[in-house]
Design a binder for this molecule. Sequence first.
Ligand code: SF4
Length: 205
Amino acid sequence: MGNPTGFKEIARDQAEYREIETRLTDYGELYTPIIEDHLTRQASRCMDCGIPFCQSDNGCPVSNAIPEWNDLIYRDQWKDALMRLHKTNNFPEFTGRVCPAPCEGSCVLGSVDKPVTIKNIEYAIVEKGFDEGWIKPEPPETRTGKTVAIIGSGPAGLAAAAQLNKTGHKVTVYERADRIGGLLTYGIPNMKLGKNIVDRRINLL
Ligand code: SF4
C-alpha cells in the first residue's frame, strides 16, 4: 500500500459518463476519457486489506488481484498493472465496461465510506495498454500438434481459445451467427460496449 492514509484524505470521485445530449448524437459508449492523475489519487484510497473482499469469490468472479494493481497505479506503474490484470482476466476491456462491479459492493472501505473506484481503474489500465501498444498478439513459441474445437465465440469460448492457444494447441472457434462475439456482439448494447472494442480483441486473437 503506497499511501496508508489515502482513504482518509481522498474522497471517492467516480468518472462521469458522457453528457446525454452528446450521446444522443452518436449513440456511442458512455465513458469519458481517462485522466491518469485522477485515477492515481483514487487508487491511493485502497487500504490493501488483510482480507481483500474485493477479490473474494463474491467480489470478483475472476479473482482479479485488485489491491495489487491499485497499488501499481498509485505508483504510476501502468504497464506492470496491466500485466497483473491480464494474469487473471483475458478481456479486462469487456469487464471494465460491463461488469456490475461486485468488487465495489464488497470493498471493505465501503463499510465506512464510499468504495474504491475499482471499475474505473480496471477500464483505465487496459485502455492505456491498448493506447500505448503494450497489448499485442503473443503466439506460443512452440506448438503441441494438438487441435481443439471451441463451440461458440462468446466471452467464455474466446477466453478458452486464448488460453489453449497460449499453451500451444491449434484452436478453431465455431460460431453459428454471422459475426464472432456471441453475447459481446449481439447481447450487449453499443452504449456499454462498442463493437469496435470487441473487434479490437478479436483481431488480436
Ligand atoms: S476491499 Fe477495497 S480497500 Fe480493501 S483491498 Fe479491496 S479495493 Fe482495497
